[in-house]
Design a protein around this ligand. Sequence first.
Ligand code: ADP
Length: 511
Amino acid sequence: MSEQERRKPIHILLVEDDPDAIRTIWNMLHEKSRYDFQVDAVTRLPEALNRVASLPVDAVLLDLLLATHQDEMDAVAAINRANPQAAVVVLTTLEDEQAGLEALERGADDYLLKDEIGTRSLIRSLHYAVERKRYEAALSTSEAKYRALADLSPDAIVVSVDGKYAYANPAAVEMVGADSERQIIGQTLFEMTKSEAEAAQATLRHNGASRKQHPHTREVLWRTLDGSSINLEIISTPINWQGHEGELVLGRDITERKELDVTRAALLEQEQIARKEAERAVAVQRLFLGMVSHELRTPLASIKGFSSSMLATDVTFSLEEIKEFASIIDEEADRLTALINQLMDMVQVQAGVLRMEPRATTVREIVDSVIPQMMTLAEQHHLKVALPDDLPDIFADSLRIGQVLVNLVGNAAKFSPPNSVIRLSAQACDNAVKFQVKDAGSGIPETERDDVFDVFYQGATRGGRKPGSGLGLAICKGLVEGHGGHIWIETNDGPGTTIAFTLPLEPIITI
Ligand code: ADP
């Protein structure tokens, strides 16, 4: 008791109907006491209850003989109800000591035997009762404070002892999906958690065993009672819980944060894809400009050069020479036309507006229609065509698929030595027809196999630079995929290249 509290008067309400006893007690409390007792006396219980409820009373001295036996006990409870802060010391007699003991059980703070009462024992008893009451009040205030904090906390607060819930605050109860704390107390955390959380709990107990003092933070998937799971970030630390080694686990629901992370990651990925596409578009544009200036200018320059020569007035050319010039101009004009056609096709494929006219047809019909062109391209090679008789009919734009075959055979001729064999074959497979164009040339290295179908991609020079635009395979890919098929480089056993593509028997034309 502090000095200041010691000087504060202690209010005593004496409930006693015997005037002698009142006087005796009054004298005792004012005689040689260092404390300032203020004593009020009432003779009846209802009056006492009124006083304790309305006036400051630190302790009630209650004569148990005031009421009938039944009421004696109710009297203690009634005083406690009327003023829970007031201590109650009951006065009883030696013959009825049992009543004093029972009063303690009903909430009295102490009892005194009237026959043996002395100044010292009276003062000590009152002090003890008042102090105890104050301590209890302070304790319950601080307990209430912490309980309120735990009750209001939006984060889960859990205490586990031996892997079982020993305490769970309302947030934890709600997160687990239980109706009340009682529903989960004593249940093992394992039943509530997924393997990650189980592992986390195992670590918790391990940490507890080794008495590591540092709180441990990690993310776990916590299974709720209905079987769904929530992402929790938990901080755990060993504690002593009512004499047992346990773990204090603070858990925060980070499901929303996780979802945001996922959305953010998806957005980031989309942004990266968009940026890559934009970079690629810029690169393609640059290549395009480079190509236009080089590939288109070269034939134009020779057309311009030879036509200017023919028109020159200061030189006379023989008929032979003029014919040769004219044939060069003719070839270069063809080259230019082919290039411009390729560019037009590519732009349309990329914009998704290339017109296709599919109809029911046969592989043989398509191949036959382009045999002359392929023979011209492969005039220095042995072109071998193998088409089984039982190939199913297909539904395709013959002109476009013919264009693909011409392109592949042209590449085969371009990248393989003269006199070597170029094989064009087709076969039925899985609701599709598979075409193959195989040559015995330089081959395409493994590392370039995905790139060769890119716009303007031209492979590393093997055996001298070949004329080309880097558009042929990109257009082939666009046309085949536009029919719902696939095109790829096959792995060859021997040297050379095999390019294969499939056309579904009933293609969905997507261009
Ligand atoms: P290009 O006009 O350059 O031939 P393509 O798109 O047709 O453009 O081909 C792209 C690249 O693929 C070529 O530059 C070449 O490196 C490689 N390629 C295509 N076909 C073959 C083949 N049959 N043999 C070896 N390399 C090939």
